[in-house]
Design a protein around this ligand. Structure first.
Ligand code: UDX
Length: 454
């Protein structure tokens, strides 16, 4: 009979938002396959139902009293401040209960999303090793660190002023300009800085795991390794290592049937992630530009994602005329399946890090229209470093939309981007295969925790 060895337990703490839950659950699945027991500690806010294939996982709740409306009222940055304050004590209680009931499953470590930094204090109190998990890119992490340093030195150009200096390149961060730094339109600079100070502070963390790969971000990974002076493991793209379906919204699969009727590379997929909001006039300009581009398009419009409108019912009448000919609209799509569909030839995206990795992972070039935070960093890299994206800057108008779609979907320039995207896709696949850089980095992380004595 096979010897039953006690598995070490990892306690994972995700941010309760789709773009963070998905990579954390992919990490959970990956580490479970490597022989760890998994506990996921989630907040009541945006509680997600455990996926069917995670029956082996333990799910516990970190009690907090933040109603849904708080997120809308405060916006993501101030909400994160409040969440960190609210969870500080309740997570300690939660961890202490877990430690009391642990039998053969000794807790080896707490792995927390970089934005759930309250978890570090609890881990420290119980002498548990803790690890930071970054669900954004290594470059965005490095930018936050540098940005925080410049802010502390009073060396930043004020961000709410459209000054010429914003277009200058940041030394050591070529090709990023000051205006590409991950600030957010959702909060004051001081509010953002407080979050960044906390996220870039490694405190007692023994290492950092990043959902990236060296073939995309080698120099940023080296920079971080030097600045942080603790091991930085690059284990991504995790969606190519383990699938973990954790959609908070119901996927409308009818779009796959619609795609089945389209020819190869003829459709542009438009999706702006789980948080971005558009103004009504931006939606109308986008609809008009997409309509006059003469391409088919599949457009995800999330309920509540248009300011002042529940969904599309209250948009001006011309909207349906603009989209009826060549467009198909859904509230939420099976995005990874859509990107893998042969009919999809381009992705109009807000450039969230998951969407970026998922698109490159399928060899689909992108139109980049970032909204906030790390998305601007990703957009600049897609355009200027990996050269598989067309960045749309400035106000959204129908002409700019039409031109960008045509650049990507018609002609030689788009074709060359598609070829580069397919070649990058092969590199990503190689990095997660046995012997690849992400695969090796994951093995190093796993071996460290399997052998360490507490
Ligand atoms: C947020 C931030 O905005 C992003 O910049 C950061 O990198 C992660 O956290 P979000 O805006 O939701 O995430 O974007 P993204 O990172 O792209 O994640 C969205 C996820 O939702 C992706 O995994 C995508 O596949 C999924 N999705 C989106 C769907 O499954 N269906 C959809 O219709 C749209």
């Amino acid at each position: 009979m096979e010897e039953k060895r006690a598995r070490k337990r990892l306690v994972l703490v995700p941010v309760p938002a789709q773009g963070h839950i998905s990579p954390m659950m992919q990490l959970a699945k990956t580490l479970h396959l490597k022989g760890f027991s998994i506990t996921v500690a989630q907040t009541k806010f945006n509680y997600f139902n455990p996926p069917d294939d995670s029956t082996d996982f333990q799910f516990v709740t970190i009690p907090e009293s933040l109603p849904e409306s708080e997120f809308k009222n405060l916006g993501p940055i101030r909400f994160l401040h409040k969440l960190n304050k609210e969870c500080q004590v309740s997570f300690k209680d939660c961890l202490s209960r877990l430690l009391m009931i642990q039998q053969s499953h000794e807790i080896a470590c707490v792995i927390y999303d970089e934005f759930m930094y309250f978890a570090e204090a609890a881990a420290k109190e119980f002498n548990l090793p803790n690890v930071i998990f970054s669900t954004t890119s290594a470059t965005a992490f490095a930018c936050r660190s540098e940005f925080e340093k410049l802010y502390a030195e009073n060396a930043l150009v004020p961000f709410n002023e459209p000054r010429e200096e914003q277009n200058e390149l940041v030394p050591e961060f070529h090709p990023l300009r000051y205006k590409d730094f991950p600030v957010s339109r959702w909060a004051s600079l001081e509010g953002i800085m407080e979050i960044y100070r906390n996220t870039v502070d490694k405190r007692t963390a023994s290492s950092v795991i990043i959902n990236t790969t060296s073939c995309l971000e080698n120099s940023s990974l080296l920079w971080l390794q030097q600045r942080l002076e603790i091991p930085v493991y690059h284990v991504g793209p995790l969606h190519m290592v383990a699938s973990a379906p954790t959609s908070l919204l119901k996927e409308n699969k009818s779009c796959i049937e619609w795609l089945n009727k389209r020819s190869q590379n003829s459709v542009i997929f438009v999706s702006l992630g789980s948080l971005a909001l558009m103004e009504i006039n931006e939606v109308m300009e986008t609809a008009s530009g997409l309509g006059s581009s003469n391409q088919h398009f599949l457009w995800v419009i999330r309920p509540g994602s248009i300011r002042g409108s529940e969904w599309i019912e209250s948009l001006p009448e011309e909207f349906s005329q603009m989209v009826s000919d060549r467009g198909y609209i859904v509230k939420w799509a099976p995005q990874k399946e859509v990107l893998a569909h042969p009919a999809v030839g381009g992705f109009w995206s807000h450039c969230g890090w998951n969407s970026t990795l998922e698109s490159i992972g399928e060899g689909v070039p992108m139109i980049c229209k970032p909204f906030s935070g790390d998305q601007k960093v990703n957009a600049r890299y897609l355009d200027c470093v990996w050269k598989i994206g067309v960045q749309v800057e400035g106000d959204l108008d129908r002409g700019a939309v039409e031109r960008a779609v045509k650049r990507l979907m018609v002609g030689e320039e788009g074709e060359n981007m598609r070829k580069r995207a397919v070649s990058l896709k092969e590199k990503l696949k190689a990095s997660v295969r046995s012997g690849g850089s992400s695969h090796n980095s994951l093995e190093e992380f796993v071996n460290f925790f399997k052998t360490v004595k507490q």
